[in-house]
Write a protein that binds this ligand. Sequence first.
Ligand code: TXA
Ligand code: MG
Length: 318
Amino acid sequence: MAEIGTDITKAAALLNQQQLVAIPTETVYGLAANAFSETAVLKIFEAKNRPSFDPLIVHTHSIENFTQVATAIPDQAYQLAEAFMPGPVTLLLPRSNQVPLLVTSGNDLVGVRIPDHPLTLALLKEIFFPLAAPSANPFGYVSPTTAQHVNKQLGDRIPYILDGGACKVGIESTIISFADGEPEILRLGGLALEEIEKVLGKPVKRVKTSSSNPQAPGMLSSHYAPSKRVIIGNINQMLQQYEPDKVGVLSFSEEFAGVPARQQVQLSAAGNIYEAARNLFAGLRYLDTQPINIILAELLPEAGLGRAINDRLRRAAF
Ligand code: TXA
Ligand code: MG
């Protein structure tokens, strides 16, 4: 198993030696390596079993640093960065030659993000390179929101996990592409569409999911999935079709009679969408360990972070 701790000096030393370190962010834990080192970045793909056509997001600590990794940055990108960074958003910008093509899987755009977590920001200031980091989970599985989640699945493949506690947003960053200079949302996430549109003062296009889009596997129809089968619908109706003591239930706030309490997860008893996002992945992971055949889940109201939560649930169920 990996060592878990809060030692930034140790994490920096490992990263300087081209090693991997799991890092906390406000969204989910990342599996980080020196973004400028192909040797280090290759280890990420190995540890995650990640196909090399799936590009990595580059993490840095300030907007000034964007010019290290990106060029020809559009004004609207700066506008969003000023408004929301550090925060749960990633901008896809024209790649600078300093960034190895391995990081972007050959794409002309590079994903750039400033994570909003004090430990990781301190770490980024301690080292002299940005960090390439995907979510710290095996490819296709639910993202980790605690150091223990990371340790359970990747602990035997990495030396160190920087422990920053439970992630306060709990769902991956919203990805905004500037492929043609205009913003387009590739992945809904921790920053709500409404907030983005408010800052830009106009509607923003959403790229539709495709099961065969190799540019963004995070948009694959099946992704973010637990091992148990997830079925989405009206939970009360579904409980009439399935044996209640053999199912798991993932609801927004309601409890269901007949289903054992330990097989139920309420994302937010108070019906708070932020709390629900924070609990989503831990809830799916928990139900995955229960003696059940399937997980019955319901969608949340389709607004704000509810859109991103529903997006993850649909992919988990596909
Ligand atoms: O919140 C997050 O974004 C977390 C934390 C660790 O920062 N990271 C994360 O990374 O979720 P990952 O690799 O699990 O998901 C990033 C998604 C992938 O689906 C990838 O295909 C897409 O972003 N992506 C990254 N760089 C890209 C690029 N240059 N072009 C197109 N898609 C890109
Ligand atoms: Mg991921």
